[in-house]
Structure formats: C-alpha cells, structure tokens
Ligand binder design. Structure first.
Ligand SMILES: Cc1cc2nc3c(=O)[nH]c(=O)nc-3n(C[C@H](O)[C@H](O)[C@H](O)COP(=O)(O)O)c2cc1C
Length: 377
C-alpha cells in the first residue's frame, strides 16, 4: 500500500497561536480554500474532528465532498452520538455523494467530562465494549441488504435492512480506530482497517505497532489484513534547520501565551480544568515529554507540555529535508498514513504540499525504482 498524507479540517483562520475572537464560526471562504488546497497539493485525507461543543461533522464532511475531487473525508465518530444503523446509512450516503471517499475514525471517548456533556455516562471499559459492538453492526449493515436482528449488550434492534450501500459496489467503508490503551489496541487490532496513533518516538511507536499487530494476529487476521498505521505530527518547518528552530521557539512562546486557545479542545478535555488527561495517548505523550525536549531526529515535545498533550501535539522541527527524513523514518517503521498539520494551518498545509509531500514521495519512488532495478538486475 502507498504512503498517504492526512491533514485536518479547519473551518476558519483561528489557530492555537493566533486565536480569533469566536473560533466556532464558519468562515466559508476560508474553509473551502483550505479543503481545496489539500486537494490541490495532493493530500489524501482530511480528518473532520469531533468534540462535544464543536460542529456537526456530517454537514462539514458533505461540504468537503462537494468542493473537492480526490480528498478522502475521515469522519471522527463517537458511538454515543449516533445510533449505529443511522451511522451506517450516514456513512454510506457520504460515500456515495463523494464517489467513494468516506472513511470513519472511531473515538471511544477519552474524557468522561466530554462524554457526560452529551449524556454519555458509561465508563471507559464499557465505551470500548460498545465501540466493538458498533463496528460489528456497521460492517454487517454495509455487507448485506438482508434484514437482520441485533441482540447485544448495548444495542438491540429487529429486522434492520440497509439499502444504502457504500459506493462503487464495495461492501465496507474504511474503519479507523484511535487510542493508546490496551482496549484500543485490542479493538482496533481485531476490527479496524486503519489504526491512528499520535506522534511518539520511533521506539515507542514500534512498540505500539507491535501491540496492534499482535492483537490483529490474535483475532485471526493474516499479515496482509493488518490495520494500516496512521501517525500524527505537527511539523514546524522552514528552508533551513536554523530557521525552523527559530520558528519553533516563536510558536512555543505564542502557545504559552494563548495557552493553546483559538481552537476547540478535542479529545482530552480542557487543560485548565482537567490537568491530568484521562486518555492513555495523552498520558503517554506527557510521560515521554518528561524525558527531554528532542527525541530521535527532530521530534519536539515542548508543544506537548505547553498544551497538556491536548490531541495531536508532538512537533517535528527542521528543514524540509530534516522533516521529510523524519517522516521517512516512520514510513520505514511501517506507518503508511502520515498526518501532518501545523500551527499556522493554511500556510503550513501549503508549505507541506510544496516541500514535504513531493520530497517524501520522490524518495519513496526512487527507492521503489532502485529495488525493482536490483530485482531485475
Ligand atoms: C489520530 C487520532 C485522532 C483523534 N481524533 C479525535 C477527535 O476528533 N475527537 C476526540 O474526541 N478524540 C479524538 N482522538 C482521541 C482518542 O480517540 C481518544 O482519546 C480515545 O477515545 C481514548 O484514548 P485511549 O485509548 O488512548 O485512552 C483521536 C486520537 C487519535 C490517535
């Protein structure tokens, strides 16, 4: 499978380092421009994130489908927000209107407070159990139009028959799971097509991949059917390493000043009210941050500490070459989906599109040509 790039969706110019007065207002011109820039610069996917106080991802996803051609749309979905039969149809509908570009990224729920805000009071173990049931229902609903009953712990229904199929005659839509807890590895490893991770050092990333693959094998999936690995960074890049480090320190100063405001807090709760994030992914990031500022080639942790590991927060700092080489280190580890978004969203996406994506792709192409050449030699 090829290496692919992911960004996130931004609906207005507010950023963590340059907050606008009302970050939850759509600036349609900006939103469309950002989505089209990702398409034009050949990003493969954009994530439509979810938080209790944030926009409806379905309307946002359908709008992206209408204004782009190739960009795949990853809808972040918390099972508590939508009955699974409804989600199966909603995703298949989006898949049809986008000509096969829908992907779903499941979030069990990393913050009790953010779950409670929308009436969800089950504990985290149960949230993962429920997610498992939910994914099985969706897979079944997409596969067969025959009516079926469901009598599970969390869902019961009778004679649901789904006539809304995924596009292009497929019997599924790609399913992604994100998280870093044992339950996340187990459910993602056994049921997901894609497993989403935050940016950790190479050693720890490898350990996580091994755990996911072990769960996948335990579930009886052959090697060729393991989840593809998605890893997430916030690159701070410029023409030279020195310029990139200057930019990184400016970014950090701004993050400290704004306390990471200017975007909606996703996944980990509010860093002011919830000093210790409940999700394991953020706890791991903070623990690794305690070991030193720079890990491996260019992985930078002060942005993690400054935002209390709120969502994807590890930076990669360096020249276009350094950042591309760092990404290739993760490709070599087995990561196929590379999520990169910066701190100056639109300008960074354009920089990555101009200088990072082509460089990584060219290097991979070169390697492929060399290995094909050496095979035929
Ligand atoms: C790549 C990626 C994207 C994520 N996107 C979201 C999101 O949009 N909204 C959200 O609430 N959580 C999001 N999360 C957070 C996790 O899914 C969440 O913390 C998880 O449910 C519990 O994590 P844990 O198993 O590490 O404890 C994302 C996680 C990853 C790795």
């Amino acid at each position: 499978m090829p290496t692919e790039f992911i960004s996130a969706t931004f609906l207005n110019p507010s950023t963590e380092i340059n907050p606008r007065p009302n970050p939850v207002t759509i600036d349609l011109d900006y939103f469309v421009r950002y989505a089209r820039a990702l398409d034009d610069y050949e990003f493969n996917y954009t994530l439509v994130p979810y938080a209790s106080s944030y926009f409806d991802p379905w309307t946002v996803g359908a709008t992206i489908a209408a204004v782009t051609k190739n960009l795949k749309i990853i809808i972040a979905l918390r099972p508590n927000t939508l009955y699974p039969t409804v989600a199966a149809k909603a995703l298949a509908t989006l898949d049809q209107v986008s000509r096969g570009r829908a992907v779903v990224h499941f979030i069990a729920g990393g913050s009790d407070a953010d779950q409670a805000a929308e009436g969800d009071f089950v504990n985290k173990v149960e949230r993962y159990e429920r997610l498992e049931e939910y994914i099985k229902i969706l897979r079944r609903a997409w596969k067969s139009a025959d009516p079926f009953d469901w009598d599970g712990k969390y869902y019961q229904f009778k004679q649901f028959s789904n006539l809304v199929r995924p596009a292009n005659g497929r019997d599924t839509i790609p399913v992604s799971v994100g998280g870093s807890s044992d339950d996340a590895y187990r459910i993602g490893g056994s049921l997901a097509d894609i497993f989403g991770l935050w940016g950790e050092p190479l050693k720890e990333t490898k350990e996580q991949i091994d755990r996911i693959y072990a769960e996948s094998a335990k579930a009886g999936r052959p090697e060729g059917d393991r989840p593809r690995i998605w890893v997430t960074f916030r690159p701070i890049t410029a023409e030279t390493d020195d310029l990139a480090w200057e930019k990184a320190h400016r970014t950090l100063a701004a993050l400290k000043e704004t306390k990471g405001g200017g975007i909606v807090r996703i996944g980990t709760g509010d860093s002011k009210t919830a000093p210790a994030p409940q999700n394991v992914g953020s706890q791991r990031l903070l623990e690794i941050a305690g070991r030193g500022e720079v890990q491996d080639r260019a992985l930078w942790y002060p942005t993690v500490t400054a935002t209390n590991a709120r969502g994807a927060s590890t930076a990669l700092v360096g020249s276009y070459k350094t950042v591309s080489d760092s990404i290739l280190d993760y490709v070599d580890l087995g990561c196929e989906l590379i999520s990169i978004r910066g701190y100056d969203n639109l300008n960074d996406a354009i920089d990555y599109g101009r200088y990072i994506l082509p460089r990584v792709r060219a290097e991979l192409k070169e390697r492929e040509a060399t290995s094909n050449g050496s095979k035929t030699a």
